[in-house]
Write a protein that binds this ligand. Structure first.
Ligand SMILES: [Zn+2]
Length: 427
């Protein structure tokens, strides 16, 4: 594979071209929220992919936010393994940039040699470096027998289901690598789901009725939805503690499985007894748990607690789980990803890493969540592997080590060239 060796060498020699592409992506402020601003950045990637021979499918997820998926059909797609490379084009909000010493929407090199700009670590660096790796493979004539699918999706920062929508559109492969910030660790992840629990009274009572709903002889079965929610809060805390005691997963501190009461909304006015109260919770779970199971555990526990209350028994709480956008629906899901350590693609990725860097990669668990869980949820084996430290993601003066970007691109070039030329095993 002399051509592959040349392509890998060219990644280092021509790294300024990769930084130019990163500069172009950083210069498009695709901040989310408010989102709906990624069209021009997606256009850049569309054209880059087309230049490399990809057939590009572009469609609107939300007005102003299109997903793009490029497919480079392999020379023998029936025979060889296929791959999805996935990244999100949106970046965390910047807000007041007064604290930034570097302009957020321009790629600048600091005195420390690092590259600065919003999204360099999370995760325009991963997108630019993956694309540059593919470009070098193309230019140096490394052919791929299997299909290569490159996805640039929208909305990840606001819990928007860009990756889910791409999966629903039918894109699948033998393996997927999400190139979000992992500091070149190969990672799985836990999951997150948000939910709303609502207590609602069938009738609205005046504040003056309170005495009759709570005192002897009042003979009015009424309740404050806010006070009833306090019982549900207590039940959630019991369950959270039970999980902390009983559940564990290698690579996570015990008690990671939290139920955070993040937002509470209730009551209408001081002149009424609160007839409605909603609680917005954020639930974290381990890689070997599905959000469907976790939701069932919570509903079961809350319903039992409600059944022990005379009013809630008659007026049980309702649940609304997840959602496809924190902006549109105030709800999100990040499914978990359990790494399959026996998967042949993981072995190829580990070998590519070792070949380039001379030591084995760290294989562990991300303390955060990414879109990688959607692949696992859809039955597509996947791993999280990208440049950039998580501490840089969303931070003021976000930066990345350019050496790591080059290393990442080189590893990806070797990985793609090897995996997409590996024979499919008949099952
Ligand atoms: Zn990210």
């Amino acid at each position: 594979m002399d051509r592959l060796r040349e392509a890998v060498a060219a990644i280092a020699q021509r790294q300024e071209e990769m930084f130019d592409l990163l500069q172009t992506l950083v210069s498009h402020p695709t901040v989310s929220p408010p989102a709906r601003n990624s069209d021009t950045a997606q256009q850049v990637l569309t054209e880059e992919l087309q230049k490399l021979g990809f057939e590009v499918d572009r469609w609107t997820v939300y007005p102003g936010d299109d997903n793009i998926v490029g497919r480079l059909t392999g020379t023998a797609p029936q025979k060889a393994k296929s791959l999805i490379v996935n990244g999100h084009i949106d970046v965390a909000e910047v807000g007041d940039d007064a604290a930034w010493t570097h302009p957020p929407f321009s790629l600048t090199r600091g005195e420390d040699g690092r590259l600065y700009g919003r999204g360099v670590a999370d995760m325009k660096g991963g997108l630019a470096a993956s694309l540059f790796a593919i470009k070098m493979l193309r230019e140096y004539g490394v052919s791929l027998q299997g299909d290569l699918i490159f996805q640039s999706v929208i909305g990840e920062e606001a819990g928007e289901a860009g990756t889910l929508v791409a999966i629903e559109r039918g894109y699948t492969a033998d393996y997927a690598v999400v190139v979000d910030s992992s500091d070149l660790h190969i990672q799985g992840q836990g999951g997150v789901i948000t939910g709303w629990i609502t207590v609602e009274s069938p009738e609205t009572l005046h504040d003056g009725m309170r005495a009759r709903t709570i005192h002897a002889g009042g003979r009015v079965l009424g309740a404050s939805a806010i006070e009833k929610m306090a019982k549900i809060l207590a039940a959630l805390q019991d369950l959270e503690r039970h999980w902390a005691v009983m559940k564990s997963y290698p690579g996570f501190p015990p008690g990671t499985t939290t139920i955070n009461p993040a937002v509470i909304e209730g009551g209408r006015h001081a002149a009424f007894i609160a007839d409605r109260c909603s609680l917005w919770i954020t639930v974290h779970f381990y890689p070997n748990e599905s959000y469907e199971e976790v939701v069932k555990e919570i509903e079961d526990h809350v319903n039992r607690a409600a059944a022990a209350d005379v009013w809630l028994r008659e007026n049980p709480p309702s649940f609304r789980w997840g959602g496809r956008s924190m902006i549109e629906e105030r709800g999100e899901i990040f499914p978990s990803l359990e790494l399959d350590l026996e998967h042949p693609a993981l072995a190829v990725l580990q070998a590519a890493y070792e070949q380039q860097l001379g030591h084995a990669p760290a294989v562990d668990m991300s303390p955060s969540v990414t879109d990688a869980g959607w692949f696992a949820h859809a039955g597509i084996p996947a791993a999280l592997f990208g440049p950039g430290e998580l501490s840089q993601a969303h931070s003021v003066d976000e930066s990345i080590d350019p050496v790591q970007l080059v290393q990442f691109a080189q590893i990806m070039a070797v990985f793609i060239a090897t995996w997409c030329n590996q024979e499919k095993i008949e099952e």
